[in-house]
Design a binder for this molecule. Structure first.
Ligand code: 26Q
Length: 832
């Protein structure tokens, strides 16, 4: 069912009048739908007023679709194949919403005209919206793509998250160094959210457990917070269906202490309210190591408890039996951050709803499933038992009981294997001699409580069962599987790249928006010279848009006919942005040594944020900036090479950068990047990939042909073998003239801006313990870069590869990913 355009001009006009008045326009101009508004309101304020008015106007049609969707889902029969999906995630990296809402509601053309009448262009108005950046990176953006696909596939669904006051920090660059600035994204309000004051749940912390006369256990928390719901509606593009992102806001249950207030103790009167509010403050950065912060554990528990209470209330409100809760509802854990869910669900079913252990456990196991997003053992979440005792005493009892029953089962099946018991226990007893602190292993809890556990790309899922979860895979061989990630073509192609979208519509029809597999219809057109030229023209326009952005943000002029070589993602050692910079330096040295050679001009773009405490990653940012300063101002280089580090990477910046890329850098050490999703966005937008045999790169290469990717570097087994045999980076560098020259230049201070020791630690680490094997992959990487140059010299051959890349990307839609989850994890039939 497609949607007829709605007439919302009246709603828009009225909202605009209100917004302009608030923005300070005098009544006369505010009431007129004419361009004279410009004269009286500053242009940025006028555009913001238009943005807010358009958002207001979308609210009503979205609200109607929401009500219809809920009614239809509530009425689905008890024998329905589809269960309602509850996607629990500490992160949803939504980006902007207006462009997506206008496209979904088919209002973009109407609003374009309305904005024109106000003397404003649609893209400039869209720019006034702040990104909702409530996520760190891939995991959070994946959750946002999934919501889009939930709506598009008509899946009864809720995303559950937290309504953080401050999202991912804004990144400034001062003297080349990253500075973190709070992201006060709702400072001017959030026109999209709907407060749901009637949806409130109490969430407890601390206290103790009481045992009743009948042996029933009851938790008496020391502190009670109220979780209040805020809804954000995610519309489908090809039906009237929506999905909902429900975000929880915490406040103290107790009012201010009035007596204390009257005594003049204002701080004391409200201290508990401030403490409660702290839950809402900030999205924790991905620090890959245990943070030890109580607040993060409280956030996780708060999300889980409020979401599950909401789920149970809805299930009962719809007249369903508690015994059917697991059959009718799926609860999905986006990594282990919401891994308290099984413990909290058990507590609710046992203590609040009076079920016995076996009945409650059967429901929990039916409902819960878990996705793992990382293989790094040090990134596996654990929490001190001591913290559980303080904050979640009843949950700890439940975890102990789950563990006891699980270990009994393991004992019976693998008699005498005490080492196995220690390894798989939900409790880490604190090292060999019990010296460390006892800790709860959140991945173990997630696996034991789930009916399905998956990785996010084929290689990752394979390595997952061979390495970090090998013991569990032996115990539960049927539980583990793979679901390769995908991205939503609505945001990442239709919205981000209108030029390419219309070209595709023209050549293969518009069906790809709903069924990305339609892209395969491009394959026979790969040799079509006219198509190649059109693609090049679209790419050039997108490059102009990015070049303007680089000019605006960095004051740097770049040549739009140069090869745009792009690496954008979180800055992490395993992602190897440093390897990219080493290549840039090598190229720089080669250009200086031989300026008259026929160089393929390159513009290297890097963007990404480093976790605030991640010193090594921050040093790479500074190096990229410093190297850029040297190269970009060297007259011998000209436009043969430029390096731009763009600050404050995020979803909206990605929407500008990705469509402009010729080359996509996906160069993690093999076996470290679980999947990657940026890799998919680039290929979909007609960039070729230079990449290692890692994550989803492998499946992409298989989909469009291995010859159509520039792959290089050690494979996972070679990485393992090299590490086993002991790798000496210092010797490798000493024996490689080109690499030695690069490392010496950094060590000598060529890029240190007079601050001699600036990169000493970075160089020492690279030579002393090159954990991610940059120096081992360097030569092969440079050879791959030479193949890139060679192909770029032949625009027709390049375009042919681009077409073949796009044609093979059909399976990387998040619609396909979600269809697989439904089939194997979330449908009634998947329960067997
Ligand atoms: C943990 C504890 C305390 C604070 C923060 C965290 C934390 C937060 C975020 C740990 C990890 C993350 C994010 C992980 C992530 O984004 N992983 C990426 O997930 C993508 C989607 O599956 C994959 O494509 C990427 O390969 C993977 O790196």
């Amino acid at each position: 069912m497609t949607t007829a355009p709605i007439d919302l001009s009246a709603a828009f006009t009225e909202a605009l009048r209100r917004e302009l008045a608030l923005a300070g326009a005098p009544a006369t101009s505010a009431s007129a739908a004419g361009a004279d508004v410009q004269a009286s309101v500053d242009p940025a304020a006028a555009r913001r007023a238009l943005m807010r008015a358009a958002a207001q106007a979308c609210r009503e049609p979205l609200g109607l679709r929401w009500a219809e969707t809920q009614a239809a889902d509530a009425a689905r029969g008890a024998d329905a194949e589809v269960r309602r999906v509850h996607y629990l995630s500490m992160e949803f990296l939504m980006g902007r919403a207006l462009g997506n809402a206008l496209a979904a509601l088919k209002l973009d053309d109407t609003l374009r005209v309305a904005f024109d009448a106000q003397g404003q262009a649609l893209p400039d108005v869209l720019e006034r919206e702040n990104d909702a950046a409530l996520g760190n990176g891939g995991l959070g953006r994946l959750a946002a793509c999934f919501l889009d696909s939930f709506a598009e596939l008509g899946l009864p669904s809720f995303g559950y998250g937290l309504r953080y006051q401050y999202g991912m920090f804004a990144q400034g660059i001062q003297d080349g160094r990253q500075v973190e600035v709070p992201d006060d994204w709702m400072a001017l309000g959030n026109p999209w959210e709907t407060a749901r004051p009637e949806l409130r749940y109490a969430v407890g912390f601390g206290g103790h457990v009481e045992v009743g006369a009948d042996g029933a256990r009851r938790w008496v928390p020391a502190e009670r917070l109220i979780a209040q719901a805020y809804d954000f509606i995610v519309p489908a593009h090809h039906s009237q269906r929506v999905s909902t992102l429900r975000q929880w806001h915490a406040r103290a249950e107790a009012p201010i202490d009035f007596a204390a207030f009257c005594r003049g103790d204002h701080h004391g009167a409200a201290a508990h309210r401030v403490a409660a509010d702290a839950i809402n403050w900030v999205l924790y950065p991905d620090d890959s190591t245990e943070s030890g912060r109580v607040l993060r554990l409280k956030q996780e528990a708060f999300l889980v408890s409020a979401s599950l209470q909401d789920l149970i209330a809805r299930h009962l409100r719809e007249g369903r039996a508690l015994a059917d809760l697991g059959r009718d509802n799926a609860i999905h854990l986006n990594d282990t951050h919401p891994a308290l869910a099984p413990a909290e669900l058990m507590r609710l079913l046992l203590d609040e709803h009076g079920l016995g252990w076996d009945a409650a456990w059967a429901i929990t196991r039916q409902a819960v499933s878990y996705t793992n997003h990382t293989l790094m053992p040090e990134a596996l979440e654990t929490w001190p038992v001591r913290l559980f005792e303080q904050l979640l005493p009843r949950h700890l009892e439940v975890v102990y009981e789950i563990n006891h029953r699980f270990l009994e089962e393991v004992k019976a099946r693998f008699p005498g294997d005490d080492a196995l018991l220690r390894r798989v226990s939900l409790i880490d007893e604190g090292g060999e001699h019990g010296l460390g602190e006892r800790r709860v292993r959140m991945a173990a809890l997630s696996i034991v409580a789930s009916h399905r556990v998956n990785g996010v790309a084929a290689l990752h899922s394979e390595l997952m069962v061979q390495t970090i979860f090998a013991d569990y895979a032996r115990i539960f061989p049927d539980r583990f599987h793979n679901v390769t990630n995908g991205v939503t073509p609505r945001r990442w192609l239709q919205q981000a790249n209108p030029g390419l979208s219309s070209l595709l519509d023209e050549r293969i029809g518009a069906g790809w928006r709903q069924d990305l597999g339609e892209l395969s219809r491009l394959r026979p057109l790969a040799g079509d010279v006219a198509l190649g030229e059109r693609l090049r023209a679209v790419k050039r326009e997108n490059k102009q848009r990015l070049a303007a952005r680089i000019q605006r943000d960095l004051g740097l002029t770049v040549n739009v006919d140069s090869l745009f070589d792009v690496q954008i993602k979180r800055i992490h050692e395993y992602k190897r942005q440093l390897l990219n910079v080493l290549h840039v330096i090598a190229r720089y040295q080669a250009i200086v040594a031989n300026p008259r050679a026929d160089w393929v001009p390159r513009t290297v773009v890097i963007a990404g944020k480093a976790a605030s405490a991640y010193v090594a990653a921050k040093s790479v940012i500074q190096l990229a900036h410093d190297v850029g300063c040297v190269i970009n101002s060297d007259p011998r280089v000209g436009d043969k090479l430029k390096l731009a580090f763009l600050p404050n990477y995020g979803v909206s910046l990605a929407e500008v950068i990705i469509p402009a890329a010729d080359l996509s850098e996906q160069i993690s050490t093999a076996g470290t990047e679980a999947s990657g999703t940026g890799n998919m966005k680039f290929a979909l937008n007609g960039a070729l990939t230079i990449g290692t045999w890692d994550g989803a790169n492998i499946e992409m290469a298989q989909a469009f042909g291995e010859d159509n990717m520039f792959s290089f570097g050690l494979k996972t087994d070679e990485v393992e073998a090299l590490k086993r045999q002991g790798y000496d980076a210092r010797a490798a560098v000493a024996g490689n003239a080109r690499l030695r020259a690069v490392v010496e230049a950094i060590a000598r201070g060529d890029f240190s801006q007079g601050d001699a020791g600036r990169y000493r630690a970075l160089v020492d680490k690279l030579l002393g313990d090159d954990v991610y094997l940059l120096t081992a992959d360097f030569d092969d990487y440079l050879r791959a870069q030479e193949r890139v140059d060679a192909l770029f010299r032949d625009p027709r051959a390049w375009a042919e590869r681009v077409v073949l890349n796009i044609a093979g990307m059909g399976m990387f839609s998040s619609d396909r990913t979600i269809a697989e989850y439904v089939d194997r994890v979330w449908s009634a039939k998947s329960l067997g």
